[in-house]
Design a protein around this ligand. Structure first.
Ligand SMILES: [Zn+2]
Length: 851
């Protein structure tokens, strides 16, 4: 409590500054922008026809065989210490896994060919048995097709009969990869008298990499029970989806761990890890939290271990359905290609998503961890228990989990209540800008692996509302063995909590769309007959946006200006958010949205400010283009007008380059540099202080931050420094930093994408980042091509940029994936937005500041 009151004082003081700074900044910017634009020769926007490509070849498995269960034996031949690699004659031995699997399946339609998935595996020794008669069926041929379908085709001497039960045994070996997919190797340094490099093996299989671990029916709806056995080195611990059943020493080197059978689950949720990790003593009885032994000893997994049980209990009560398994393990991996993965019973996280250090990590980081854990735990029901039939409906997994996570965290951590309500608004952003794929496209549009991967974008994660509920798909996925009751229970929770996206209220003719949602507890009117305002969704209890007729919007704005406290705090934030998003969806005029922010002059609470700042971010993105429109300093514009969506308003003050903030940051950072060992900067302020100090400083500050980044063993500190390094305004330092991303010793492969993105977020670095990813596309796109393109092109708003983007796609022969189409579409929309809104926005600001 004491820590936060200190911040509030600074906040209160900066609000007045902020009002002036934000408004003045935008006005200066727009006046400048207008002059610049007037000098340009506007080119008409070319017409783009939506590309209708012919349907891809069918890559789905035939549905004549239905898997029931798998017996999987796996042995990763992985040394845990680099020291031993030296003594090994063939270093390759350390990077192989061997194994065998027996899948039992039911035949629903006679066939003499078995198709299942296998990729990058050397498969041998097929044995097919009739489980009903115990007779062996001869195999005439087996081949792994060399196309994108990844089919392993096994021709039999006799046909399998409908109604029969069969099994297929296969032996295989594969490679432990270094690219964070399939079974991959991760390295970390264990500190003792000398630094020792350690290795661990882990998996990441969503959406279509289970087939690289063992041959399987690798489609989400083809669920089965998995009985897993792992042979691993004696000094390691093996974790799997289910709890350990037994474990024996085999010889001087090897040990075997048997796991209980899993619930019936999809292949993409399969997971195992083999490591020397230990678990936190704070873990609840029904779950364990694993991490590097150093991190566990330092107590960094404590927070995660503590809240996991609570969140799990919350969901169990909320859904009325207990968690399906006996235990739930979570593990913080030094390398992971995604933030976290919800593998049933063994959730994997990047270290930053699970490890928290008191006194070093910020409150914001704590909240990120809580929200991420809540998201992954929500998946244990949404996604794992109830699964979409096919990847086109992945939004059901991600949208529900995202929504529920904010809900759970708000109940868990009182400090985040306010912030969570804002995140809710994030998660149902009506983004007219990124509308390139419907939430649930037809199945035939999502066939190839790249198309499946495309589905994991912002729309899927954030846009959980839809004009019709599509629950038939989840029902489909669970219609066996009484799944209906379970699913109905889960769906009830959803339908009770979720609203349709926009409720429109017209106070002149009394028309209300979607009124069934209005008749809940949350409509407050101030005597409409008097021409007063009406406010729906009081305290944001419902999950939907509200639109009004113009008169009511204006009345609400006036009410806010004259006496904001008649409108609940939550709604003051929500009104701003709704207004801006409705404006972006062209449902209301942009000036109405701007009007809704007038009351900020008297607003002292954080929430409406945060909401405004976040929404103005798009304005800033579009207008703060020094490299496009010329140097802003020329007209007295503050160089850094980057209103990143920050939780703390102190961030906003600093990001607006208030001289007070910049000076404070520089001073605090200088103290740290002088003092080298003792960092007295408050953890909550570190990310912003670091960034500001590096931005204001030169090579000395940058190199100090780089040294600290290299030497720090704390994930949270490392991440903050890594981001701060991208804040410099020095082009040569940004170029050097970009080059470092090509060296995994300097920047881990999993961090390459986010590092480039933070450089692109910096106005000074955006063009550099765009050039850089084009020059090194093959390497950098490993860490997620979609988010790179999306991030680097966010500010694109000129014809020239549009052409560059299109040329890049053509030159690289990039498949016409959705993320490229989205980036192109976004740029087109930006161009239109700027041309449609610049005059009215400018006029609004001129009027506001004139009075
Ligand atoms: Zn998720």
């Amino acid at each position: 409590m004491a820590k936060e009151s200190g911040i509030s004082k600074i906040l209160a003081g900066t609000f007045v500054f902020l009002t002036i700074s934000v408004i003045a900044g935008i006005v200066t910017m727009i006046i400048f922008y207008k002059t610049e634009i007037a000098l340009m020769d506007p080119t008409p926007r070319p017409m783009f026809t939506s590309s209708t490509t012919s349907l891809p070849p069918v890559i789905r498995l035939p549905k004549n065989l239905v898997p029931q269960s798998y017996q999987v034996f796996l042995q990763p031949h992985l040394y845990t210490r680099i020291i031993e690699v030296v003594n090994v004659t063939s270093p390759n031995q350390t990077m192989l896994f061997t194994g065998n699997s027996t899948v039992t399946f039911h035949c629903v339609q006679g066939t003499s060919v078995v198709y299942l998935h296998s990729r990058n595996l050397d498969v041998s020794g097929p044995v097919v048995m009739n489980k009903d008669t115990n007779e062996r069926i001869g195999v005439s041929s087996m081949k792994n097709e060399e196309d994108t379908r990844n089919f392993l085709e096994i021709q039999l001497n006799a046909a399998l009969e409908a109604g029969g039960n069969y099994s297929l045994f296969l032996a295989f070996n594969g490679e432990i990869t270094e690219n964070l997919n399939g079974v991959f190797v991760s390295t970390y340094v264990r500190l003792s008298f000398i630094c020792i490099h350690r290795f661990l093996a882990a998996t990441n299989l969503e959406p279509a990499d289970a087939r690289t671990v063992f041959p399987c029916f690798d489609e989400p709806e083809m669920k089965a029970v998995f009985h897993v056995t792992i042979i691993h080195r004696r000094d390691t611990v093996a974790l799997g989806n289910a709890d350990m059943r037994d474990s024996n020493i085999l010889d001087d080197v090897w040990k075997v761990t048997y796991f209980y059978p899993t619930p019936k689950m999809s292949t993409y949720l399969f997971a195992f890890t083999v490591s020397e990790f230990t678990d936190s003593a704070d873990s609840p009885t029904d779950g364990r939290t694993y991490a590097r032994p150093d991190a566990i000893a330092a107590g960094h997994a404590k927070y995660a271990a503590n809240i996991t049980g609570k969140i799990l209990k919350f969901y169990e009560n909320y859904f009325g359905i207990n968690y399906e398994q006996k235990t739930l393990d979570q593990i913080a991996l030094p390398d992971l290609g995604v933030g976290a993965m919800e593998n049933w019973g063994l959730i994997t996280y990047q270290e930053g998503g699970l490890l928290y250090e008191d006194g070093v990590s910020s409150l914001l980081h704590k909240e990120v961890i809580a929200t991420l854990i809540a998201h992954e735990l929500a998946h244990q029901w949404f996604g794992n228990l109830v699964t979409m039939k096919w990847w086109n409906d992945i939004w059901l997994n991600e949208g529900f989990a995202t929504y529920l996570s904010f809900f759970a965290v708000a109940h868990m951590e009182p400090y985040s209540k306010m912030v969570s309500s804002l995140h809710n608004q994030d998660s149902f952003e009506v983004d007219a800008l990124a509308s390139s794929h419907p939430l649930s496209p037809p199945q035939e549009d999502v066939q190839m692996t790249f198309e499946i991967e495309d589905m994991f974008d912002a729309i899927t994660y954030c846009k959980v509302q839809s004009n019709e509920t599509r629950n038939e798909y989840i029902y489909d996925a669970e219609d066996e063995d009484g799944g209906h009751t379970t699913v109905a229970k889960v769906m009830n929770t959803w339908t009770k909590q979720m609203g349709y996206p926009v409720i429109t209220i017209n106070t002149t003719n009394g028309e209300v769309y979607q009124k069934q949602f209005l008749f809940n507890d949350s409509s407050e009117s101030s005597d409409t007959s008097n021409g007063e305002w009406i406010l729906a969704n009081v305290n944001c209890a419902g999950y939907y946006r509200v639109n009004y007729n113009r008169e009511n919007w204006e009345r609400l704005s006036t009410q806010l200006e004259t006496d904001p406290h008649r409108i609940p705090l939550m709604n003051r934030g929500q009104l701003v958010d709704d207004a801006f998003n409705l404006a972006r969806a062209k449902l209301i005029e942009v000036t109405l949205a701007l009007n809704s922010t007038r009351f900020l002059q008297n607003e002292r609470a954080l929430l409406p400010w945060e909401s405004t700042v976040r929404n103005l971010e798009y304005f800033v993105l579009m207008f703060d283009r020094s490299e496009v429109y010329g140097p802003m300093q020329a007209c007295g514009m503050k160089a850094s007008f980057c209103l990143h969506s920050q939780i703390l308003a102190i961030d906003v003050a600093c990001s607006n380059a208030l001289p007070e903030c910049s000076a404070m940051a520089t001073k605090m950072f200088a103290n740290w540099m002088d003092n080298n060992r003792t960092n007295r900067i408050h953890p909550n302020l570190r990310s912003v202080i670091y960034c500001q100090a590096v931005a204001a400083g030169g090579a000395k500050e940058w190199e100090f931050a780089w040294d600290k980044f290299q030497s720090s063993i704390d994930t949270s500190e490392k991440d903050q420094l890594r981001e701060a390094l991208s804040c410099t305004k020095k082009i040569w330092l940004l170029n050097r930093y970009l080059k470092y991303t090509l060296n995994p010793e300097k920047i881990r492969l999993m961090d390459v994408g986010s590092t480039i993105l933070s450089i692109a977020d910096n106005v000074a670095g955006q063009a550099l980042a765009w050039n850089f990813i084009r020059a090194h596309w093959e390497y950098v796109s490993n860490g997620g091509a979609a988010s790179l393109i999306e991030g680097v092109t966010r500010r694109f708003s000129t014809q020239f940029e549009l052409e560059e983007l299109e040329r890049f796609a053509a030159d690289n022969n990039l498949s016409p994936t959705k993320y490229l189409q989205q980036a192109v579409e976004q740029t087109q929309v930006n161009i239109v937005w700027v041309s449609e809104n610049k005059d009215s926005v400018l006029k609004w600001f001129e009027n506001e500041t004139a009075s």
